[in-house]
Write a protein of this length. Structure first.
Length: 374
C-alpha cells in the first residue's frame, strides 16, 4: 500500500490519488515550524520581554517533541514509493531539487541576514553561513538532511529492522554526542548539523518502514485515543522544560513524540473529512518547501524594519500582543504562497528546483517533438 494508491474514506477534499490527512499533517507541521520561528526566534524582538513573548515562547518550546517528528514521519511515508524506484529516477526530485535550493537560499539568507545579525561584520557573517550550510548548520538544515535520510532509507529498504535499529541508536545517542562535541570545542554549526541528523533520522525511517500501518491507522479516526494520547503528551512536554538529566530527558522526549504522533494520526483523519480543511491542507502541504525557504527571509526583514522604528514593544495590550504572533505567522506564510504563485507563473523556476533538471526536461521534450515530426 502506498500513499498514492490508497485513499481514506474522508479524502473527498484531497486531489485524486492523495491522502487528505497526510497532506493536512504536512501542512500542520510547516505551520508549526513557521509559528516556532516567529514566536521562539523572533517573539522577543517584536514583543520585548513581556508576558505575551514568554507565553508564546514556552508554548512553542513545549511542541518540540511533535513539530519535526511529525514532519519527518510524513516525509518518510510519502517517500515510500520513491524509495522503491531506481536511483536514477529519484536523484533529481529527491536529491538535486532539494540540495540546489538549499545552497541557493542559504546564500540568499547570508546576503540579507547580516543586516540583522552582524551589521558590524557582514563578511564574517557570510563566511559563517557558508561554512554552516556545508554541515547542515544553517536555518535551512531540514532541507539538507532530507536527501541524506532518503539515501540511507533506500540503501536499507530491504532491511527495515536494521534501519530502525540504526536510526533509533542515533536518536538515543544524539544529545550525548552533542554534549561530547561541545565539550571538545568543535564548531557550533557542525554540532548543530550532526544533532539534527541523528535526532530526526528515526522519524523518517519510521515513516517509511511503518507506512502501511500508518496508512491503515489513518483510515478511521479515533478521537478517544487522540484525547488520551494528548493528555499524556501535554504534561510530559511541560516537564521537559525543567532542568533534568540528559538521559531522562531523552526518554521523556521519545514518549512525548510517540504520544503526539499517535494523537495526530488518530485525530487528523477526522479533521480531513471537512473538504475546505482538506483542500487547505493539500494546498499548503504541496508548498512546504517554498514556505520554508521564504519565511526566514521574511522574518529577518520584518525584524530589521521593526528595529528601524526604534520601538521596543508592540502595544500595551496583552491581548493585542498575544495576537501578534499568529498574525505574523499567517502573514509570513501568505507572502511565501504569493512568491510561489509568482514563480509558478513567471519564474524563475531555478529558485526552487535544480536548473539541470529543467534543462533535461526541456531537452527531452524537444527530442520527443522532433521524433513525433519524423
Amino acid at each position: 500500500m502506498t500513499p498514492a494508491a490508497s485513499a481514506a474514506p474522508g479524502d473527498q477534499g484531497a486531489p485524486r490519488g492523495r491522502v487528505a490527512w497526510l497532506d493536512l499533517a504536512k501542512a500542520t507541521s510547516i505551520v508549526l515550524v513557521v509559528l516556532y520561528h516567529v514566536a521562539a526566534s523572533n517573539g522577543h524582538e517584536l514583543l520585548g520581554e513581556g508576558t505575551a513573548a514568554r507565553w508564546w515562547s514556552a508554548a512553542n518550546l513545549a511542541l518540540i517533541p511533535l513539530r519535526m517528528p511529525l514532519f519527518f514521519v510524513v516525509a518518510g511515508v510519502l517517500a515510500a514509493r520513491a524509495v522503491e524506484r531506481p536511483f536514477a529516477e529519484t536523484v533529481g526530485p529527491r536529491i538535486l531539487d532539494l540540495l540546489w535550493p538549499y545552497v541557493l537560499w542559504c546564500l540568499l539568507f547570508a546576503a540579507i541576514g547580516w543586516l540583522r545579525y552582524a551589521p558590524e561584520d557582514p563578511w564574517g557573517f557570510v563566511r559563517g553561513e557558508v561554512t554552516g550550510l556545508l554541515v547542515a548548520g544553517s536555518p535551512y538544515w531540514f532541507i539538507a538532511v532530507l536527501p541524506v535520510f532518503f539515501v540511507l532509507t533506500k540503501l536499507l529498504r530491504e532491511h527495515r529492522a536494521v534501519l530502525l535499529a540504526l536510526t533509533f541508536t542515533a536518536y538515543a545517542a544524539a544529545p550525548f554526542l552533542y554534549r561530547a562535541m561541545t565539550l571538545a570545542q568543535l564548531p557550533g554549526d557542525l554540532n548543530y548539523g550532526v544533532f539534527q541528523l541523528t535526532d530526526n533520522a528515526l522519524w523518517y525511517a519510521a515513516g517509511f518502514a511503518l507506512h502501511p500501518r500508518i496508512l491503515r491507522a489513518g483510515e478511521r479516526p479515533r478521537v478517544t485515543r487522540a484525547v488520551l494520547l494528548g493528555a499524556v503528551f501535554v504534561p510530559i512536554a511541560l516537564v521537559l522544560r525543567l532542568e533534568l538529566p540528559i538521559g531522562p530527558v531523552r526518554a521523556l522526549e521519545l514518549v512525548a513524540s510517540l504520544c503526539g504522533l499517535g494523537a495526530c494520526i488518530s485525530l487528523l483523519p477526522l479533521l480531513a473529512r471537512w473538504p475546505p480543511l482538506a483542500r487547505a491542507g493539500s494546498y499548503l502541504g504541496a508548498r512546504t518547501l517554498l514556505i520554508y525557504l521564504v519565511h526566514p527571509i521574511v522574518l529577518t526583514l520584518l525584524v530589521i524594519l521593526w528595529r528601524a522604528t526604534g520601538a521596543t514593544t508592540w502595544t500595551d495590550s496583552l491581548l493585542a500582543d498575544l495576537m501578534l504572533i499568529p498574525v505574523v505567522t499567517v502573514g509570513a506564510i501568505a507572502l511565501a504562497l504569493a512568491a510561489d504563485l509568482v514563480i509558478a507563473r513567471r519564474g524563475p523556476a531555478w529558485l526552487t528546483s535544480a536548473p539541470r533538471r529543467r534543462e533535461m526536461r526541456n531537452s527531452s521534450a524537444r527530442t520527443a517533438g522532433r521524433a513525433s515530426r519524423g
